[in-house]
Ligand binder design. Sequence first.
Ligand code: RP5
Length: 162
Amino acid sequence: MSQPLIGIIMGSDSDLPTMQAAIAVCEEFGVPCEVEIVSAHRTPERMVQYAKEAHTRGLKVIIAGAGGAAHLPGMVAAMTVLPVIGVPVQTKTLQGIDSLYSIVQMPAGIPVATVAIGNAKNAGLLAVQILGSHDAELFAKLQAYRQSLTDMVQQKQAELGR
Ligand code: RP5
């Protein structure tokens, strides 16, 4: 196994179905990632240790998903200068608005790059783009991916025949 470059963490195993999309992006682009359950509330000491040691283990970016009182991304960001991408997980009671507000409203000085509710795919892509900014091979793969999106739209347009 290669050294993980992206750490994908989540508050509960119930977040895993959402976070699978970020894992899939890492696999698609061949970027090694690790996946861990780290809860800000249920395992606070583990969270502190994870955040403080992440850079010493070679991680370059952390993706953190949580729902409800979603403190995990912000607390991890407070304890590392690695880039942290937050994924608000959709909740049953408030549809993820609670998660979004908990993650996005960080005080100046401690950024969390927050994606849309449930959009772990974009979190994965952003993490890969951060790595691709200084990795020519990965950069080229990302450009090819974008071209595939353009091609797909053009194909749909052609199918419309208008
Ligand atoms: C948060 O509480 C987790 O991130 C999860 O989204 C939510 C509910 O957790 P479970 O009760 O399903 O374990 O900490």
